[in-house]
Design a protein around this ligand. Sequence first.
Ligand SMILES: C[S@@+](CC[C@H](N)C(=O)[O-])C[C@H]1O[C@@H](n2cnc3c(N)ncnc32)[C@H](O)[C@@H]1O
Length: 279
Amino acid sequence: MSPNEASRTALMIARQRAAHQVLDHGSILHDPFALKILGEGEQDLVQFANTHPLASIGRLFTTARARIAEDALSKAVERGIRQVVILGAGLDTFALRNPHGPQLLHIYEVDHPATQKWKRQRLAEARIAIPPCLRLVPVDFELDDIGEKLAAAGFQQNSPAFFTWLGVVPYLTHDAIGRTLDYMSSIQNSEVVFDYMESPEAFSEELRQLEAKRTEGLQRIGERSVSRFEPAGIAALLRSHGFCSIDDIEYQEIASTFGSAVQGLAPGHAGVHVVHAKQ
Ligand SMILES: C[S@@+](CC[C@H](N)C(=O)[O-])C[C@H]1O[C@@H](n2cnc3c(N)ncnc32)[C@H](O)[C@@H]1O
């Protein structure tokens, strides 16, 4: 990422979440803050959603991965987990919607300093107060020690935590991914939900072309997509970092579970996966 510019992909995902409220009535992820935090009108969002027929696939995947993460988090809360860390939060609104009540959870949003600064501005402009249970922790995964930064913000390293890491892994180097996995597995009984991308061959032809264009465009603005994995590779990586329970959900399964909720879902296969890993 460019040091001083907020993530462009975070804006795209926030638009997808907001378009999902308008076009699909939030039936995968109901998010009453999605439009408000963005500050964009419904018409603009519909236009954004219609820029390409395959945009519906992005809308499905981004909302489904958040839903899968939040469902898994609810189960973790039932088991007693009280710390939530949202890595690469972008304009994620979970902390504003927190269904577990303001007293129960300590929520930490970790993001690149430039993106987090932009989020603070968006929240202020939308007149949305930062809830007392939420700490915003600026971290560059490529440069900073996430453990030090989280501890300084009050995170309890000796208590279990639930991590989400959505839409971030493809933009990090293998080094930063390894260090972040090491940190998460150093927290006893931690678990994580994240997503990853396979190599272009795993995408159907039209999607592969679209993805290549998107990657080129992002590269021009300094947001490189650098890390892709095969399912066997991600499982081996997770095991080598101490995660042994691994549930890898591929796009086809996501489409059959949630696809009917997305208006005009385009056909096609995306080489994208959501993983829920526990120690
Ligand atoms: C595609 S956005 C996803 C945002 C959010 N998780 C969501 O689903 O709406 C990618 C996020 O990763 C963050 N990110 C990318 N590279 C990073 C880095 N080196 N350090 C910290 N955050 C980074 C960006 O700031 C951005 O918030």
